[in-house]
Design a binder for this molecule. Structure first.
Ligand code: BG6
Length: 477
């Protein structure tokens, strides 16, 4: 038995990485807009360097991105041509509530997404909507301190009330927070957190995390109340951490690293703080600002499915002498000597996807959804914009095979697969355009030059055949 008949094949994007139009039709400024390309990006997205507005020294790629704000019909038509069953996208909070704390939403922002969702349905594409993909209105950061402030829970609740009602019947799959564990690794990008000198960072991160977990439970509650057909998922930056050796100290270190990530999903899926987290937080002197009713709320509104991104596995050692860190998805890991790596140093481990899927399914026994996976690579187009991206096909073929093994051989229940960046877009980690994931090439470079013309790569026809055969045909054409 293969993948389910209604398997949701598609691709995933995030508003700030593709839309552009950062100040159009009433949209407000957000943290993701002021993350510059270049050397300072990492300090900004980790909350070490304060950047609350644009300056003249930096280039801000999200301002225009690939201008999907004006190209979405053309782009969705191409997704339709590939046979997408779903398109994962995020709404920009500051299009709907430009400042975040208004009583009334911005109609132009609501209409934009309504039009976009209807465009998807023209091609039989089911939208899968991330409510927050790293974005937070700048006003909520400046006035309230972002997610460290419990008031954000109420503002997020307003957003959910508006969008679940407005899009009832045209959207039924929702994700509450993209890569919720990113709050630990890129706290300004992940949750709008900039740290003042002397601030206890970890305390702030877990306070903010508690607020996001409450907001996620409230979103799940409202989604189910508004429409019982709604399905709500959590979203984890996944990729199991392996012990570097069979030394029990390494094995324990890896178990702790995995728990650091699973902590969030444990709460969202099981509805309570796990014992290990309560102990570890208490040992560090971190207090979680629990209020009356919080425990009941978390317990009553757990997610329907578990979604995650997977790019690579990770590796850790208890030996302080170990060096040789490799790049990773924001959080670095030791280099695994058994694996090759991408041009950005992300190690390539298809079997790791099967391992991760099994761990998640064993732990939660809820349907899984792979909502990001792909290869960021340098593409060299010919004069027609065509790219022979066999390396991308190889990466994806191996990962889709591993995904099928997890379903067919291990019995994992999998709802769908949306690869990351079906159309080239701005990299979240580096702000570059040249780190490309797409089946569709976009003529735009790191400095913002280019015609924005879209063209098909070799992988476009390959993925179309994969979808048409429901994953039975994976060979390169
Ligand atoms: C995930 C994010 O972390 O990885 C995406 O959810 C991001 O927003 C993707 O783009 C790939 O990372 P990068 O840094 O190559 O863009």
């Amino acid at each position: 038995m293969g993948l389910r008949n209604d398997f949701l094949w598609g691709g995933a994007t995030a508003a700030n990485q593709c839309e552009g139009g950062y100040d159009e039709d009433g949209r407000g400024l957000a943290n993701v807009d002021v993350a510059p390309a270049g050397a300072d990006r990492i300090s900004v997205i980790t909350g070490e360097m304060k950047m609350y507005d644009f300056d003249n020294q930096h280039f801000y790629p999200a301002k225009k991105a690939i201008d999907m704000y004006h190209h979405y019909k053309e782009d969705i038509a191409l997704f339709g041509e590939m046979g997408f069953k779903t398109y994962r996208l995020s709404i920009a909070w500051s299009r709907i509530f430009p400042k975040g704390d208004e009583a009334e939403p911005n109609e132009a922002g609501l209409q934009f997404y309504e039009d976009l969702f209807k465009e998807c349905h023209k091609y039989g594409i089911e939208p899968l909507v991330t409510i927050t993909h790293f974005d937070c209105p700048m006003h909520l950061i400046e006035k309230y301190g972002a997610w460290r402030n419990r008031k954000l829970v109420g503002f997020y609740e307003n957003l959910c009330n508006v969008i679940f009602r407005r899009y009832k019947g045209i959207v039924k799959y929702w994700l509450t927070f993209n890569e919720i564990n990113m709050i630990l690794h890129a706290p300004f990008m992940g949750a709008g957190l900039y740290f003042e000198a002397g601030e206890n960072k970890e305390q702030t991160q877990y306070t903010a995390a508690h607020h996001e977990l409450l907001a996620s439970a409230i979103a799940t509650k409202i989604a189910h109340e508004v429409d019982p057909n709604n399905k709500v998922g959590c979203m984890l930056a996944a990729g199991s951490t392996y012990p570097y050796t069979c030394n029990p100290n390494d094995v324990w270190k890896a178990a702790e690293a995995n728990r650091e990530a699973y902590f969030f999903i444990d709460v969202q899926s099981r509805g309570r703080y796990p014992a290990y987290a309560l102990k570890a937080l208490a040992r560090k002197g971190i207090t979680i600002p629990f209020m009356d009713g919080d425990a009941e709320l978390l317990a009553a509104h757990t997610v329907d499915f578990i979604s995650f991104s997977y790019y690579s596995s990770r590796c850790t050692s208890a030996d302080p002498e170990m060096s040789g860190n490799t790049e990773g998805n924001i959080f670095a890991s030791l280099k695994n000597p058994y694996l090759d790596a991408s041009e950005w140093g992300w190690q390539i481990d298809p079997l790791g996807l099967r391992i991760t899927m099994n761990e998640l399914y064993d732990r939660y026994e809820k349907p899984l959804f792979i909502v990001e996976n792909g290869l960021g690579a340098i593409d060299t187009p010919d004069e027609n914009g065509y790219v022979a991206d066999d390396y991308r096909i190889d990466y994806m073929r191996a990962h889709i095979q591993a995904m099928k093994d997890a379903v067919e051989l291990d019995g994992v229940d999998l709802l769908g697969y949306t690869m990351w960046g079906p159309i080239d877009l701005v990299s979240a980690g580096t702000g570059e355009m040249k780190k490309r994931y797409g089946f569709i090439y976009v003529d735009r470079d790191n400095e913002g030059n280019g015609t924005l013309r879209r063209s098909k790569k070799k992988s476009f026809e390959w993925y179309k055949a994969v979808i048409a055969s429901n994953g039975e045909i994976l060979e390169n054409l």
